[in-house]
Design a protein around this ligand. Sequence first.
Ligand SMILES: [Zn+2]
Length: 145
Amino acid sequence: MNDCCTNKDNAGNKPSRQSATSHCCPSNGQPYKSVKRKTLLHHVLEPWINKISKQNYYFCTDPCCDVVYFGEDNSVVHTDKLRTTVWQKSSDKNSAICYCFGISKALAQLDKSIKKFVTQQTKEANCSCETSNPSGRCCLKDFPK
Ligand SMILES: [Zn+2]
């Protein structure tokens, strides 16, 4: 059983008053960067049911952690509550690393010139990472070297 992602009750935690740019994942305890609420709304399954309250959210990239998003209040969104496959959480080589243009890990590895295309689109501001990428960030750093 994978219990690295057991949801712990952090009742004793004092929430930070200022909006922190990073916050620790309630599941693995590591700090992760913030992500916009708008990004969550584009990836969470049935957001009218799985409510995304108005607060700061963070994106956990740990492949062994089942939590994708977590809030300042330590509420969590697990992989099974998303309609997007998050490549950081998936061992599937065909899961997308570039969500704007539908480029998989495998494809990026096979054809290194694809990165040039993405770099060009980034320069021309044709990307929509903030909403397309579940991390809310540009995918260029995720491309294989
Ligand atoms: Zn985590």
